[in-house]
Write a protein that binds this ligand. Structure first.
Ligand SMILES: [Zn+2]
Ligand SMILES: [Zn+2]
Ligand SMILES: [Zn+2]
Ligand SMILES: [Zn+2]
Length: 225
């Protein structure tokens, strides 16, 4: 199936599990496969879905299917674990969260993992960078290591971890090449300059040269020439 131009409009009326295509978003996608498709779910809710997620079967409902499957799973769990709570305090972050935020773990008396999903996710992520939570906390105590921002700038609670890609080229690190934590804009900028100090120096010279020329031109309009 063609995914660009008129091709996407042919999708209208097609069903993908619980979702029926009712329109195509006017927003221009980065890639044709990322085209946003407007769907109506069998439950009546509308949802905007990425075309590739729809075609791969990754997204099959507005989210109601996942909730139903979880509820069925939970009912079976409750039968097996009468102690299963409605809310639970995560042993790691100490926050009280609903059962849905915990993985099932048959080895536990209440049938739930003692850490919430988010804490497990952060732990896994830190492991990919080869650092401990203590090392992360130490690096993040004063915020972004370049601009000092105390927020990540990505909407996430944690700061992006910056590492030297000449040591570990991918999105993981051996741990030794972790340089620090940066806010999202600083991290992106550093990548834009290919982590190259010469380019960064050139950028400073370039900006300062402009500032001087601009100041001079304010005093003498002919100086810009
Ligand atoms: Zn639904
Ligand atoms: Zn937690
Ligand atoms: Zn920053
Ligand atoms: Zn490395």
């Amino acid at each position: 199936m063609s995914v660009n131009g008129a091709g996407v409009n042919e999708l209208i009326g097609q069903r993908f599990d619980r979702l029926t295509v009712i329109g195509v978003s006017g927003e221009k996608p980065k890639r044709p496969s990322c085209q946003r498709i407007i769907c109506r779910c069998d439950c009546g809710a509308d949802k905007v879905v990425r075309l590739d997620h729809l075609q791969s079967g990754n997204t099959r409902s507005c989210g109601c299917l996942r909730i139903e499957v979880f509820a069925q799973h939970l009912a079976r769990r409750r039968a097996a674990f009468p102690a299963l709570p409605g809310m639970k305090i995560c042993r790691k972050c100490k926050q009280e969260k609903p059962v849905v935020d915990f993985k099932f773990f048959s080895g536990a008396h209440d049938g739930l993992s003692s850490w919430c999903r988010e804490c497990h996710r952060v732990e896994r992520w830190l492991r990919e960078f080869g650092i401990t939570p203590a090392r992360y906390a130490e690096m993040a105590v004063n915020g972004c290591n370049i601009c000092g921002s105390m927020t990540s700038g990505s909407g996430k609670e944690v700061f992006p971890i910056d590492h030297d890609r000449s040591c570990c080229p991918g999105d993981r690190s051996c741990g030794k090449c972790v340089r620090g934590v940066l806010c999202s804009p600083c991290n992106t900028s550093l990548g834009g300059f290919r982590d190259n100090p010469t380019l960064l120096y050139n950028a400073i010279t370039y900006l300062e040269a402009w500032r001087e020329r601009n100041a001079a031109s304010r005093m003498d309009p002919n100086a810009l020439a």
